[in-house]
Design a protein around this ligand. Structure first.
Ligand code: ADP
Ligand code: MG
Length: 730
């Protein structure tokens, strides 16, 4: 009998909520208490250092050594006042997740004692022994060393008793080995390109920010049940398990009452987030059972991304405190919704204008339409590249699978905005002249956008990239991903596009058109080009897949081949022109993506093989012996004919068990063979392709037979917690 499974189910059912009480008082009183924010800077830094640091944060002016020392000393004082003993550079390697190596403040004082020290040099730069972080060959070819360097635009914070300093991670030769460095460069690129366009409309604009508001989905599973599922433990998803008779079909979980144990967890999580200055705001149940969502108020993209990275580690930590495990995998369970991380993205000026929000005047609306259409153009031109930015072995189960968005990028606009764009596209040249004429700028139809879009109920949940009234929502991003992957690509693509746009507009102005005429004409011509990216229909339907292919959108579903996009000449050129990444960095990234893909599939394949052989087949075989024993004994009492009559159903099951067991055995053997062949391949790209084409197809095949056995074998003997237990026991 499967005692472990039943014990775990019982434990999970009787577990009490762990109530962690935040201090009495208002959230605003402890919000950001563990962050070295402006308030702390004022308190702990001399006025001169404070001013210099603010100038660095706001305008990127480099810090001199003296100021760096002074800032480090202030930070150390603040941290020690809060009981901190260690510091670490905190960075985001390309493997995903965050990395930290803690050093204590202590140093010999030269008199036999110890003192706490933290210099500007240690704050600004470190050389972590990070030789095992992936570099895609960069550090092998050039220099073995990698450096972490302080990013003053994201504030230092305290986790537990460690002062964490957000840093970029780069090779000795300057190539980035992380997500943050290219993200910062892409933010500079979009700032520069978008500010120039804004100047057509308002000379007072000097800076454009990219904003990100992420929505993070995750599952919670009781710790004991998780521990009894080696596949969840080692791969983050269930590699087998028959669907529960009830799962999400009644839609009774979405926005339903939050279970008590989960509520206690959420309160604790929010408390931890608020202390770290993460402005989390929304919490609710998601569509699938035991699936939940958390969303903060949007922030400037670099900070928002750091906050999401922080959250991913906090979620896991807090979940443990509540005897849960948080699943961040994109598809932990077959047959029910997976988890995404919607990236709400917009652009805003230093004058406080959201460039993706319809304005109140015709001029504001032309600016809005200009940015909207340029985003459409960028997404149209880079739809394959954008897909590569969110593709991974884990997200592949979500995209292109049965009940998720397809692996095709398209834009949803909604009927009102579509109508406005149609009007522009179909306007005559005369309309344009009238609009640019000296009677003032007048744009039929567009005047009405503000009123029209206030009622923003026009939602389409099947679109991977949806306009939602004042921002775009990139929904294809995976729950475990670093948002920066998507944000680097999107910001760079739009920056490049805006630069092209400016060239065209300027050329027309040179030829004598007014600014408005020129802008309007180029926007209009773009609408003719990028029409194909716009799709308001059901993105999950098969018809759309066929139509998207006809429209020439990228429909590739093989993840290793999707990564080829990164190295297409026009994309290399885009990153180069915008100063975001050079070819060496892109090649390294592609290598790492292929390598990571292979490793993930390889691990899943091993775990699946082990579980099939060591857990499933023995259980099936034990149950089969019981049936055989019964038939055998029956045959001793009755003659053969009578036995066959009485035990026909048992004999059928005996045969079925043999059939499925054989199929599993054979599948595992063939899968291992395929793995051996793939492992001999040197080229990372080819190896990943082999894993995709030759190894991964065995997963579903083997699983099919395992899931059939789950329906046959005596429930008491089944070793692994079942879907109904993992999804409904809490
Ligand atoms: P939904 O209705 O999609 O569930 P919410 O209204 O809860 O979304 O918002 C989702 C996220 O979008 C939040 O993080 C929110 O702060 C963010 N958001 C709202 N406006 C903007 C904007 N202009 N730019 C970027 N993110 C935004
Ligand atoms: Mg949303």
């Amino acid at each position: 009998m499967s005692t472990l499974r039943f014990k775990m189910v019982e434990e999970a059912m009787t577990r009490k909520a762990v109530q962690v009480t935040p201090p009495a008082g208002r959230t605003s009183e402890y919000f950001g208490e563990n962050v070295f924010n402006e308030e702390k800077m004022r308190k702990y830094l001399p006025k001169k250092s404070y001013d210099a640091l603010i100038a660095t944060m706001k305008n990127g002016i480099p810090l001199d050594k003296e100021t760096a020392d002074s800032v480090a000393a202030g930070m150390k004082e603040w941290a020690m006042d809060r009981g901190v003993t260690h510091y670490t550079h905190w960075f985001q390697p390309l493997t995903g997740g965050t990395a930290e190596k803690h050093d204590a403040f202590v140093e010999h004082d030269g008199k036999g004692g110890m003192i706490e020290e933290f210099s500007g040099k240690l704050l600004i730069q470190q050389e972590p022994d990070a030789s095992s972080f992936p570099s895609g060959g960069i550090r092998n070819t050039f220099e073995a060393r990698g450096y972490s360097a302080w990013d003053p635009t994201s504030p230092a914070f305290i986790m537990d008793t460690t002062l964490c300093i957000p840093t970029i991670f780069i090779a000795y030769t300057g190539e980035s080995l992380d997500y943050k460095a290219p993200l910062l460069k892409s933010l500079q690129a979009i700032d520069k390109a978008a500010t120039e366009i804004c100047k057509y409309f308002d000379s007072k604009v000097n800076k454009v920010f990219s904003y990100l508001g992420w929505e993070q989905e995750y599952f919670l599973i009781d710790k004991g049940l998780w521990g009894a599922r080696p596949d969840l433990m080692l791969t983050g998803r269930t590699l087998m398990g028959h669907e529960s008779a009830k799962n999400q079909q009644l839609e009774d979980h979405y926005f339903g009452a939050i279970p008590t144990r989960v509520m206690a967890f959420m309160k604790d999580l929010e408390y931890e987030c608020w202390k770290l200055g993460i402005p989390v705001k929304t919490r609710h149940n998601e569509v699938a059972p035991n699936q939940f969502e958390l969303a903060p108020i949007f922030e400037e993209t670099n900070l928002a991304n750091d906050h999401n990275q922080l959250l991913l580690s906090i979620v896991k930590k807090v979940a443990r405190r509540h005897f849960f495990r948080a699943l961040l995998h994109e598809k932990p369970f077959k047959g029910i919704n997976g988890s995404g991380k919607h990236n709400n993205w917009s652009l805003g000026t230093d004058t406080g204008v959201n460039l993706l929000s319809p304005g109140k005047t015709p001029a504001e609306n032309l600016q809005f339409i200009t940015f909207l259409v340029n985003v459409m153009m960028a997404v149209h031109r880079r739809n394959g590249l954008l897909k590569s930015s969110i593709s991974s072995a884990t997200n592949a189960h979500r995209l292109g699978a049965n009940e998720a968005p397809p692996a095709i990028i398209s834009i949803f606009l909604g009927s009102q905005l579509s109508a406005v764009l149609d009007k522009i596209e179909n306007s005559t040249d005369e309309d344009v002249i009238v609009m640019g004429g000296k009677s003032g700028f007048k744009m039929e139809g567009i005047n009405h956008i503000p009123e029209l879009l206030i009622d923003n109920t026009d939602r389409n949940r099947t679109s991977p990239f949806a306009f939602t009234g004042n921002r775009f929502e990139f929904r294809a991003v995976g729950s475990s991903d670093n948002c920066a992957g998507a944000m680097i690509t999107l910001n760079t693509a739009v920056a490049y596009q805006l630069t092209e746009f400016k060239k065209e507009v300027d050329a027309r102005i040179k030829q004598g058109q007014t600014k408005q005429q020129a802008i309007y004409a180029v926007v209009k011509s773009y609408l003719g080009i990028c029409r194909n990216i716009h799709f308001d229909g059901n993105g999950y339907s098969d018809e759309w897949k066929a139509e998207a292919a006809e429209r020439g959108l990228d429909c590739e579903t093989s993840v290793p081949l999707i990564f080829d996009q990164i190295l297409r000449p026009e994309n290399i050129e885009m990153y180069r022109a915008c100063g975001v990444m050079n070819e060496v960095e892109l090649r390294a990234r592609a290598e790492i993506k292929w390598e990571m893909y292979t490793k993930k599939i390889q691990i899943e394949s091993r775990v699946l093989g082990d579980l099939a052989v060591n857990h499933i087949l023995p259980a099936a075989s034990r149950y089969q012996s019981i049936l055989l024993d019964k038939v055998f004994k029956m045959n001793q009492l009755f003659d053969m004919q009578k036995t066959q009559e009485l035990a026909s159903q048992d004999m059928e099951l005996i045969e079925k068990i043999s059939m499925h067991s054989k199929a599993i055995q054979k599948g595992v053997e063939q899968m291992i063979e395929a793995r051996k062949i793939a492992n001999k391949i040197e080229c990372e790209r080819e190896k990943a392709i082999a894993y995709h084409d030759k190894v991964a197809p065995f997963f579903d095949q083997i699983r099919y037979h395992i899931d059939k056995l789950e329906l046959i074998v005596d429930n008491e003997m089944w070793p692994l917690p079942k879907y109904r237990e993992m999804l409904f026991v809490r």
